[in-house]
Design a binder for this molecule. Structure first.
Ligand code: COA
Length: 333
């Protein structure tokens, strides 16, 4: 599913991110499971990740990131009309984490809901918010990717626990005025035949957690890593190409690619296939690991605030996650 440049242009007015203070290094993980810093770094590129404090929930992290995005956009919380939180680690199954964020921000003029699209959730939110603004339903929107994956990782499973971390990223979208940037094209897709490759099998209506199955840790991430890897490379490459083409651009026009931060080898493979050199690809997974829906949002904020993206330049965001899901966006900054 994709869209070409819309009649009413929509821009990103501000970005923000939040990472919890606690750092868990590969050396720390060596003490928890049978692994080595060398294995983790060579297979994934990850060196450390952040872990939320006790009593710090997804909505807290989402709110911190949102406050920074709102401040940069110069929009007061009470003037925000739509809040979408993308997460697979909500505070509660219901109500939506977006409702807690609305409460914490005091953004009581906003409609608020969550979407569940795993690591692709932030760009799914971007496409939805862009369309709703472009259609005139809302003047602006706050989109947030936020995850507390540390609560859904099996800390005895070395195949998965080394990969994930906690954090949140946010962006404020609004109708673009003269001189503003523009979200030029967005694209997203799903392949429900691959639900078995990456999931949290327990804790939902299909498999409630009971005293009988509690010791099986079913409410934690399960993954067939090698299969996920192959799909990730193919889908992200295709998705990025689609938004580049629909924006009437070529790879040479893209100043920066901001990809989902899951694995450095996946990112290198995509950059190679897109023919975009490594210096034009943003990575921060070395510091944070894979923070699912938050990852591309945090990376976008760091790229923005560090000056890695300059006004007028073209940026491509591209993501991939459980579902399987994937999405991309081409933006003139
Ligand atoms: N430390 C040491 N050894 C580990 C390990 C760890 N943390 N995790 C797995 N291993 C072992 C396995 O037990 C297996 O051993 P065996 O061959 O004796 O059975 C071996 O390493 C697996 O090696 P391999 O399959 O070659 O690993 P890989 O190169 O595919 O890398 C991943 C594994 C998970 C890093 C990689 O497949 C990956 O990143 N996949 C994508 C995952 C992802 O991005 N998920 C999120 C998508 S949004």
């Amino acid at each position: 599913m994709s869209d070409a440049t819309s009649a009413v242009p929509v821009c990103i007015a501000g970005t923000g991110s939040y990472l919890p203070e606690k750092v868990l290094t590969n050396a720390d993980i060596e003490k928890i499971v049978d692994t080595t810093d060398e294995w983790i770094v060579t297979r994934t590129g990850i060196r450390e990740r952040r872990i939320a404090a006790e009593g710090e929930f997804t909505s807290h992290m989402a709110t911190h990131a949102a406050e920074k995005a709102l401040a940069q956009a110069g929009i007061a919380a009470e003037d925000i009309q739509l809040i979408i939180v993308a997460t697979i680690t909500p505070d509660t199954l219901t109500p939506a984490t977006a409702c807690y964020v609305q409460q914490r921000l005091g953004a009581f003029g906003a409609v608020a809901f969550d979407i569940s699209a795993a690591c692709s959730g932030f760009l799914y939110s971007m496409k939805i918010a862009k369309r709703l603004i472009s259609d005139g339903a809302f003047e602006n929107a706050l989109i947030i990717g936020a995850e507390k994956l540390s609560s859904f990782v099996n800390w005895e499973d070395r195949n998965t626990c080394v990969l994930f971390g906690d954090g949140a990223g946010a962006a404020v979208l609004k109708k673009a005025g003269p001189g503003d940037g523009e979200i030029l094209a967005t694209e997203m897709g799903t392949d429900g035949r691959q639900t078995h490759l990456l999931n949290i099998p327990g804790g939902g209506s299909a498999c409630p957690i009971t005293t009988e199955n509690a010791d099986q840790r079913l409410a934690t991430l399960a993954m067939l890593g090698k299969e996920v890897f192959k799909h990730a490379v193919t889908r992200m490459k295709q998705s990025a190409e689609k938004v580049i083409e629909r924006s009437n651009l070529t790879a040479d026009d893209i100043a920066l690619v901001v990809p989902h931060q899951a694995n450095l080898r996946i990112i290198d493979a995509i950059a190679d296939r897109l023919d975009i050199p490594a210096e034009r690809v943003f990575t921060n997974l070395q510091k944070y690991g894979n923070t699912s829906a938050a990852a591309v949002a945090i990376a976008l904020d760091e790229a923005n605030r560090s000056g890695a993206i300059k006004k007028g330049e073209h940026v491509v965001l591209v993501v991939f996650g459980a579902g399987l899901t994937w999405a991309a966006a081409a933006i003139r900054w």
